[in-house]
Design a protein around this ligand. Structure first.
Ligand code: MAN
Length: 564
């Protein structure tokens, strides 16, 4: 079998279009492809392709003896197959006129009529094995070594290939369509972020103005509060102070009354208990024992019991209960008095009360300003230093703090979205549409999960905790050169996008786990293969339509099941 590492399809493809010209070419020596025909036109002699100084008699062409250093005199035999092959067979790489020890030709040319022409490595020529994968017409076994006879199977293989190719094209179109959808979706998501940014920016402008206004409002209220003349522990003016004191005193009295009532009740029940003891004593003592002390005690009890005593007044007790209730109807509504600024009497003696309202307001403001100025300059004592903040200030402060908090929330959301817009989401931002979608694959004792642009995880099938194999860090590109498996589910060769995941769970005696997910075009998202390349360093190969048709290369098309 071939020494070259390319798949049959890869070897066939370069010749797809060359075959169209083949019919018009003059007859060529055995094994020569149409693109090399020009070197073999002379009917009398042959000049080695890479060594024009070596000219041979035409009889030495395909005489099964290697004369040219580049093997070009043996296009139809394996005589020069020991020379390093061109890999991959690209005619453009032949450097004319320069001596080297590389074959000038990509291999033995099979016309493969009915299918696609192809080159077979020279080592395969006349080796007694039919290489139908590359040479469906069997022409590379022309000598019949060991009696081998390779029939022409191009019609059947070509038909099958065509079917496969159609499926491949269909799959490619589906993958490209899917990619287009993904790009559209990614654009929509990006637009959503952009829109949100502009909404937030407008919202923040308004919010900034609101915060500034509330700051001003708070400062003004605080300043105005400073200017208030009468302040004390209670709220409001003198009446407020009085009501504050009265409230405290009533509170104290109520508490004490409750306590005293409790003590009275305890004493009452003790007396009842003692009276009961004495009553039983009188009934049960033996009068025949002439005990003077006992007789005196019984007499004293009879005198005590005969005294008239007022019965407990239940109605009063009920009144007392009502009075002690905090929500009793007769309870005083202190708040009514707390808000009062000045008493009517105060107002009566206030000179400015007799002024017209506008003038009074103006004068009041001036007086307050003067008072604040005096306080701020230490000439008057600040009456507010040890008094609690007024409700007006507390409300203004809380409004400001709510508005500031809202502004800060908007600010951090804006930063998050702006950062997001500057992130790399791959070609055409396509991975934005796949972010957070998870794909799984079983492999060995684990199920592996890849949540796109988020994380990779190893989940033990037999139970136990999951292991983080890395969190998404960036997108990179690498060059790969792999054999493309028959089912096409592999990387092939060319530039490939890689999603890098790092800083996963720490590996005992090793690094933090990391994963690189190498992507190739496929009709749907699927993990093809997982390898632990080194301890805790993982490599996943994954197919996704997101990378289809981005880079011209062998793997621009998605894989199809290929049994050629
Ligand atoms: C677990 C898995 C393996 C890893 C070892 C390292 O068993 O995460 O992939 O090699 O830990 O101790």
């Amino acid at each position: 079998m071939g020494t070259q590492r390319l798949s049959p399809i890869a070897l066939l493809l370069p010749l797809l279009f060359a075959s169209a010209n083949a019919a018009s070419d003059p007859p060529r020596p055995r094994g020569v492809g149409p693109e090399f025909a020009k070197f073999y036109k002379d009917a009398a002699s042959f000049t080695c392709i890479s060594n024009p100084s070596i000219k041979l008699d035409i009889a030495r062409l395909n005489d099964d003896y290697c004369d040219c250093p580049d093997g070009s005199d043996e296009p139809g035999t394996s005589a020069c197959s020991y020379i390093s092959p061109l890999s991959p067979p690209q005619p453009s790489r032949v450097k004319i006129g320069q001596f080297n020890e590389t074959l000038a030709l990509p291999g033995f040319y099979c016309k493969n009529k009915g299918h696609i022409p192809s080159y077979v490595p020279f080592t395969n020529v006349n080796d007694g094995v039919c290489d139908y994968e590359l040479c469906c017409d069997g022409s590379e076994e022309w000598e019949g070594v060991g009696g081998v006879k390779c029939e022409d199977r191009c019609a059947k293989i070509g038909k099958e290939w065509k079917k496969q190719d159609e499926a491949r094209q269909k799959s490619l179109s589906a993958a490209n369509r899917r990619r287009k959808e993904l790009v559209t979706e990614a654009e929509r998501l990006r637009k959503e972020v952009e829109d949100r940014i502009s909404t937030l920016q407008t919202q923040m402008q308004g919010q900034e103005m609101k915060v500034a206004a509330l700051e001003k409002n708070l400062a003004e209220i605080e300043r105005a509060e400073k200017g208030k003349v009468v302040r004390a522990a209670g709220k409001g003016g003198k009446l407020g102070v009085l009501s504050g004191l009265a409230k405290e005193r009533i509170q104290e009295l109520t508490e004490n009354m409750s306590r005293v009532r409790g003590e009275r009740d305890t004493a009452r029940s003790r007396i009842e208990e003692l009276e009961g003891i004495l009553r039983r004593f009188k009934e049960e003592y033996n009068p025949n024992f002439n005990d003077e002390g006992v007789k005196r005690a019984v007499k004293a009890w009879e005198d005590y019991a005969a005294q008239e005593r007022p019965a407990p007044d239940d109605a009063r007790d009920r009144d007392l209960d009502e009075l002690l209730k905090p929500d009793s109807e007769s309870a005083i509504n202190w708040e009514e008095f707390e808000g009062e600024e000045e008493s009517d009497v105060d107002v009566l003696y206030q000179f400015e009360a007799y002024l017209p309202t506008p003038l009074r307001t103006w004068l009041d403001a001036k007086l307050r300003d003067l008072r604040v100025l005096l306080i701020e300059n230490g000439i008057l004592a600040d009456p507010h230093t040890d008094t609690p903040e007024s409700k007006a200030v507390t409300d203004a402060r809380s409004q400001l703090s709510t508005a500031t908090q809202e502004l800060n929330n908007d600010r951090s959301e804006l930063t998050k979205h702006q950062d997001d817009l500057s992130k790399d989401y791959g070609p055409d931002g396509v991975f934005r549409a796949l972010k957070g979608q998870c794909v799984e694959k079983d492999s060995g004792e684990y199920t592996y999960e890849h949540c796109i642009l988020e994380r990779t995880t190893q989940k033990p099938k037999k139970g136990g905790g999951n292991t983080g194999m890395g969190n998404f860090v960036r997108i990179e590109k690498i060059s790969v050169d792999d054999d493309l498996p028959v089912d096409g589910k592999g990387l092939g060769s060319g530039e490939r996008y890689v999603l890098k995941y790092e800083n996963g769970q720490h590996c005992w005696n090793g690094p933090s786990r990391s994963t690189q997910v190498i992507l190739a075009c496929a009709e749907k998202d699927e993990i093809w293969k997982i390898v632990e390349e080194e301890k805790c360093v993982y490599r996943m190969e994954m197919g996704t339509p997101a990378v289809c048709g981005i880079k011209e290369g062998e793997h621009a098309a998605p894989p199809v099941h290929n049994e050629l």
